[in-house]
Design a binder for this molecule. Structure first.
Ligand SMILES: Cc1cc2nc3c(=O)[nH]c(=O)nc-3n(C[C@H](O)[C@H](O)[C@H](O)COP(=O)(O)OP(=O)(O)OC[C@H]3O[C@@H](n4cnc5c(N)ncnc54)[C@H](O)[C@@H]3O)c2cc1C
Length: 309
């Protein structure tokens, strides 16, 4: 507890730690650089009877204006890369910054991390949400994940299969007692990854808003075949098996809609941006309005991809 109190900061504004840049105060804020430090913060939270929250890049999280708990910033951000005959091997701590890792893997000739260029999250946050884009998911190259049990402080390894990955889903969304400490991944060698990465960066710059956001806000919903009978104009998405949330939001007339400082981006309707001074409450209200309209128009209940605390 003493070590925790010496290092923890009090009443810290999280504006600079979440990419949507909303103001929010955390009662305790602790930058964990080692597993021992994570454990000391977990123990302190337990002793003070306060909740805790593991924060990576804050690129998928919407914080309330006040959090009476311990925010543990995952600062374990080392990674190493080895070129093996069968591919590029990556061992990365959970706090490593995705674009840095992606660039290094690509420079070494590995294929499979190009999608992560321009995604301001961490390896841990990406594994938890099985992040990905352009038909690639992080789980495709995962060999194993090192975990820490927040109650027993036991470390363990899970294989990719044991993580039960799915579209934006993994065991870590259900098992709140498991933290991700590190991951091992293997990428095949291939041509053109560098060009693909540059293309992806250009695509993001042209098609995604530059204003602060938390990335794609809603999951792209999967629909049953009879949906296309009711909405023939959606048939172009039939092969994909899902409908882009952005399309549904735009067709519901919500593109550009604002509540306070929060706005459905006019550039890409599946981004909610902070156009200045957006609060947690603004975002919650706008989210509800978007969901209501999409439900009303298409009978679809959108599910958030972002994490509301
Ligand atoms: C501009 C922009 C573009 C984006 N593009 C994409 C994209 O193309 N594809 C995509 O999938 N996502 C995208 N995102 C969303 C987001 O960047 C990713 O989902 C990212 O992987 C989240 O990582 P993070 O470290 O920022 O998570 P955070 O927001 O810090 O945390 C998200 C959740 O993960 C938990 N968590 C974080 N670290 C750990 C850990 N070590 N162990 C256990 N739980 C943990 C947190 O407690 C929280 O519940 C984008 C976001 C932005 C802002």
């Amino acid at each position: 507890m003493i070590k925790f109190l010496q290092k923890a900061k009090r009443k810290v504004s999280l504006e600079d730690y979440v990419t949507i840049r909303t103001k929010g105060i955390a009662e305790y804020f602790f930058e964990a650089e080692t597993v021992e430090e994570i454990i000391s913060a977990l123990k302190a939270a337990h002793d003070m009877d306060l909740p805790f929250f593991i924060l990576g890049g804050g690129s998928n999280t919407i914080f309330p204006s006040y959090y009476n708990g311990v925010v543990i910033l995952m600062k374990m951000s080392e990674f190493e890369i080895k070129k093996e005959s069968s591919g590029v091997y990556l061992l990365s701590q959970a706090g490593a910054f995705l674009p840095r890792v992606a660039r290094k893997v690509t420079e070494e000739g590995g294929v499979g991390m190009e999608w992560a260029a321009g995604v301001p999250g961490t390896i841990g946050g990406a594994i938890r949400g099985n992040a990905g884009a352009f038909d690639t998911f992080i789980n495709s190259f995962l060999q194993k994940v090192e975990t820490l049990n927040v109650n027993t402080f036991e470390k363990n390894y899970l294989s990719g299969k044991e993580c039960f990955f799915n579209y934006r889903e993994s065991i870590f969304k259900k098992r709140k007692d498991l933290l991700i400490l590190s991951a091992e991944m293997k990428f095949p060698y291939g041509e053109e990854a560098k060009e693909k990465m540059e293309e992806i960066l250009r695509y993001r710059q042209e098609n995604h808003p530059s204003a602060p956001s938390a990335g794609s806000f809603f999951k792209n919903p999967q629909v049953k075949p009879d949906f296309f009978e009711k909405f023939p104009e959606m048939k172009k998405f039939k092969e994909k098996g899902f409908i882009p949330a952005a399309f549904l939001i735009e067709k519901s007339g919500m593109k550009g809609k604002s509540v306070g400082g929060a706005q459905v981006s006019t550039k890409h309707a599946n981004f909610i941006i902070n156009k200045g001074g957006a609060t947690y409450e603004d975002i919650v209200k706008l989210t509800e309005e978007v969901k209501e309209k999409v439900k009303e128009n298409f009978g679809i209940s959108l599910k958030e991809e972002v994490e509301f605390m």
